[in-house]
Design a protein around this ligand. Sequence first.
Ligand code: MG
Length: 236
Amino acid sequence: MRTHILFDLDGTMLPMDTEAFLGAYLQLLGKTFADVAPPDVFARHVMESSMATIRDQSAELTNKEKFMKRFIPRVGRPEEELLPRFDKFYLDQFPYLARYSKPSPLARVLAQSALAKGYEIVMATNPVFPRQAVLERMKWADLDDLPWRHITSYEETRFCKPSPRYFAEIMDTLGTHPSRCLHVGNDMEEDFAAVKARLPVVMVSDFLINRENRPLTDCLYHGTLSDVTQWFADSQ
Ligand SMILES: [Mg+2]
């Protein structure tokens, strides 16, 4: 019997072109920290430190620690100076990026349908962002006030998608088994990696990312957010 439904956010529960959003985010971040480094250089440091964090499979550090370990030496400013400025950025500037998302009321319908059927819901967004940035995007999607059992953010998570260990870590936190879960995502690399952790995967195709053209038929189900919402209401 299934007990937990894991949802990806960007491009799944928050319809958006993730590439366009990331570009706008890095530009805004670079502009905000223009006194620290030229905007494109600052953005490159963020990107490269994030990519290295995603590849880092050690279990000792959180993603935040993995990120800072690489980022701080690159920019040459103390963490104590930059952290409060990052916090302020996510509170004051980040909300302007809402216009790069295309929220759908169906996301809330799907999450509420899961709750009504007795499942616990998990926000399984790739934890390369601080919690504040995750909560802000959940607000855009009109999902922030729902009773989420767990939300992955970079402060308390040690792995990232597409590592299967990201999903295994969630299983540990929830104290459940992959066969009792379902992961809903939009990326045939990042989200489909859940299969390697033995979770069944449902793919939302509106903003599908499928760089290697993997067959969608390997998923338990695939379709638009509308299709998935209907399928979930009927069958799960
Ligand atoms: Mg996504």
